[in-house]
Structures are given as C-alpha cells and as structure tokens.
Design a protein around this ligand. Structure first.
Ligand code: SAH
Ligand code: SF4
Ligand code: F3S
Length: 443
C-alpha cells in the first residue's frame, strides 16, 4: 500500500485531465490520491491559462494552499500545466510556498523532479521545451479512472497561432505521438474492458504533419484505431476547421463505431474577424464542411466554440455571428468573452471592445443558443436511441444516466443496476435544457 497522500486539482481542457491521470499513475508506487488537500503530503495544481479567469483560479487555489503548508511545512506543492509553463520561476516570487514548477512536457519526469526537490530542499523548475521531445509509450492503469471510457493523447502542442490564443506558447510546437504507441495504448484499454476511446490533441486534424511520411495522417490513424476489436465507440477532439479533410469526412461514412458528434470550433461568424484571428478559413468554407459532414452522417450533432468581443468586432460582425447560429443550428456552443492573453498577438490590437458590449453580446448569443439547443433536443423526442451507460444519477434513486452517440446525456429509470459501458436502447420522452429524459426499451 502506498504510504503517502497526493491531491491533484485540475483546471482546463481534457489534455490537462489526461496529464493529471498520468501524473497520478507515475507517482502511484508511493502515493494514493486524496480529495482533501489538507491530508496530502504532495499537492499538484495542474493549471490552465486559456483565459485570464482560468489563470486567476489557478493562483487563488495555489494561494489557498499556503495555510496547509504553514501547518505542515514538509508538504510539497507543485504547479504544473499551462500557467506553470507560462510563468516558470516567476511563480516562486508570487507564491513562495510553491516548491516545484513543471511545464506540460516535463510531467513524465515528475517522480525524479519531486525527489530532487525534496532531497535538496530547493525550489525546482522544469519548463524547457525540448526540441527532440517525444511523447513516451505509456500504458494507463485500469484501476484508477472511469471503467468504461478513457482519453488517449495523440499529440501535443499547436502550430496555428490563432492571434487570441496562448496554447502555442504554453504547449509548444505540434508533436505527434507514434501511431504504434497510440494503438498499443488503445489495445491495452479495450483488453481491460474500456469501451469508448476519445483521441486527444489541440488540433487532431493535423496529426502526423510534423513527421510526414513516417506517420499516418489523422484519417488513417482513426481507421487504425477503429478496427481494434473492442472499441465500441470512438471520438476525437479538437479539430480546426481549416484542416478538416474529405478523407476525415469519409471516415463518418465508413466507420460505424465513430460517434455521430463533431466538435468544430468556429470562433466567429464574420470573415473579417476570422481573418484577424488568423483562423485560415472562411465562413463559406466552414459551411461547406458542415454540409459535407451532414451528408456523410445525417444524424451528426455539431457543437462549436465561439468568442465574442474580439478586438474590432463590430455590430455587423456580431450580427453575422448570430446569423451563423440560425444557419448551422449547433446542438450546443461553448461561448466565451474574448480575453487578452499576452504574448498572443491580439493583445496588441488596440480596437478593443468595452466590457459592457462584450457581456451584452455574450448574453444575447447564449440566450439564442439555449433556445436552439432546446429545439434540437425536442427533435429527439419519440425516437429510440442507443445509450452507453455512464452510471447512476447522483440526485435520484433508481435513476440512471447514459450518453448517446451524439454525445447527449440521457436520464432514465432502471430497477436493475447497470454497469457503466453497457449499451442499451431507450425511447426519448422529454427534452430538458442540458439533457434528455427517456424510458428503457425492454429487449
Ligand atoms: N485547439 C482548440 C481550442 C482550444 S482552447 C481549437 O482550436 O479549437 C478552447 C477554446 O477556448 C477555443 O476554441 C476558444 O473558443 C477559447 N479561447 C481560446 N483563447 C481565448 C481567449 N483568448 N479568449 C477567449 N476565449 C478563448
Ligand atoms: Fe489555440 Fe488556434 Fe491552436 Fe486551437 S488551433 S489551440 S485556438 S492556436
Ligand atoms: Fe488550458 Fe492549457 Fe488546455 S491553456 S485549455 S490547459 S492546453
């Protein structure tokens, strides 16, 4: 039994979720995890820097840990993730109770760095980007984590430099992982009963481009993973529309276990704004991709990310963003107020939008999206859909929760206990704002 306690707090995207799992596994010989930071010998705060608010949250949690360290001076506090990469040693001057700062590329060195920090009783930083870095082969433990679905990282970093975005600065250049390692990890997971796999990267569509000729492209990789016996559901995230190839769209025709959901962040409905964002596609080409995807997979659910209040966004620009909502009728959107993130290039743009207008636009966008989401949900009422069981609902007895291929959450009653990962059919009876209600179809 490991003797020490580890607490990990994770902010940000699924890449960070997966990195936290990897860190917990790397330390599993010595540490068991705890939900209570007060009981921990080591606390890791895995930070996100995508918007100013995310960064503030990370610092406020790091700050709150000071009180534990006062009581327990031997506690080791680690800052990891994107804020750690961005601020490096500077974190020590702001938070002198932090002991170790590591960037996303250094997580695999965590045990060694932690040992070094403790033995030398010296603050340590590891935030260098290494040119020759490769994502190592890594087989996840099965006992920690969800029993039915897992993330598999296929690449790190981003080369796109969208002008608002900090990711290329904090995650470095795109590095694709060896296809054999990805396939081996997926095999290992399904051999242990995992049924759903989500392939992860900041821009999965450009998988393989950094090692052309040596690696398959993303569509080829998807096919290699889809044929692995036991992969009942396959998903991926995230995609930049500029790299969405016909070859990838064809996968939605051919691969039955590829789920009918596509998260395709558009960021704005205005070509002028997209240009200044350096997104490298037009709304016309985005709509053409959407149409082709819908032809390939008529039941596909589309979701997106949207930024409002980007510098220079005029009333007309915002009006065409609202029009895009009507044209595409996304099943859901993640929408954000633009946040200036130095050194991302848009922080130099001077034609900024007032906070009041930004908030008004966000509220307007979200209100309309909420209605469209509800209308979309109503389209499912009366239909029979297959769900993968996620688990028992937290709130009510006898209530179970599953997910459709379109990534909708469905709540239904079941007198018998259901194992996560089990597939069953339900009939949708009611649309709610965040989920669907259903009854089981008895087979
Ligand atoms: N790699 C993904 C995006 C990851 S970040 C992609 O290209 O789609 C997730 C989302 O955060 C982005 O899609 C964007 O909508 C939002 N975002 C990124 N930088 C932002 C900023 N500076 N201000 C507001 N939202 C931002
Ligand atoms: Fe950021 Fe653009 Fe890269 Fe996505 S594609 S991570 S938004 S730079
Ligand atoms: Fe945040 Fe870093 Fe992910 S900035 S969104 S945790 S890549």
């Amino acid at each position: 039994m490991p003797r020490k306690n580890l607490h990990i707090a994770t902010f940000g995207c699924q890449m960070n979720d997966r990195d936290s799992e990897i860190m917990a596994q790397l330390l599993a010989d010595d540490y068991q995890t705890t939900d209570d930071p007060g009981k921990a010998d080591t606390v890791i705060v895995n930070t996100c820097s995508i918007r100013a608010k995310a960064e503030q949250k990370a610092f406020s949690l790091l700050g709150a840990l000071r009180k534990y360290k006062k009581i327990k001076p031997e506690m080791v506090i680690v800052a990891s993730g994107c804020v750690a990469q961005q601020d490096g040693r500077k974190i020590f001057s702001r938070m002198n109770h932090v002991d170790l700062v590591i960037g996303p590329q250094s997580i695999y060195r965590l045990p060694e760095l932690l040992k070094q920090t403790k033995e030398k009783r010296k603050k340590t930083t590891s935030t260098e980007f290494i040119k020759s870095f490769t994502i190592p082969p890594f087989l996840p433990t099965i006992k920690n984590g969800l029993p039915h679905k897992r993330f598999v990282t296929i690449m790190q970093g981003c080369n796109n430099y969208c002008t608002y975005c900090i990711v290329p600065y904090v995650r470095g250049r795109e590095i694709s992982r060896a296809a054999e390692d990805i396939v081996a990890e997926v095999r290992h997971l399904v051999d242990h009963g995992i049924k759903e796999i989500t392939l992860l990267g900041q821009n999965v569509n450009s998988y393989g481009n950094d090692q052309k000729g040596k690696l398959p492209n993303f569509a080829e990789l998807l096919r290699q993973v889809a044929v692995i016996k036991g992969v009942e559901r396959l998903r991926f995230t995230t995609s930049n529309p500029k790299d969405l190839s016909d070859e990838l769209i064809d996968c939605f025709v051919d691969l039955d276990n590829l789920c009918s959901h596509f998260h395709l962040p558009v960021q704005s409905g205005s070509n002028q704004v997209l240009k200044r964002m350096n997104r490298k596609y037009s709304i016309e080409s985005y709509l053409e991709r959407v149409e082709k995807l819908r032809r390939a997979r008529p039941d596909i659910a589309l979701t997106t990310d949207m930024i409002v209040g980007f510098p220079g966004e005029s009333d007309d620009d915002f009006a065409v963003t609202m029009n895009l909502l009507e044209t595409v009728r996304f099943h859901a959107s993640f929408s954000f107020i633009y946040s200036s993130r130095p050194p991302a290039r848009s922080c130099e743009f001077t034609d900024t939008i007032t906070d009041e207008i930004k908030s008004r636009r966000l509220a307007c966008y979200q209100a309309r999206q909420k209605e469209i989401t509800m209308e979309r949900h109503q389209e499912y009422v009366g239909r029979i859909m297959e769900v993968m069981v996620e688990g028992e609902s937290r709130n009510r007895d006898g209530q179970w929760c599953g997910r459709t291929t379109t990534n909708h959450i469905v709540n239904f009653n079941s007198p018998e206990r259901l194992a996560p990962g089990r597939m069953l059919e339900v009939k949708i009876t009611e649309a709610c704002f965040n989920s669907l209600r259903a009854v089981r179809v008895v087979d």
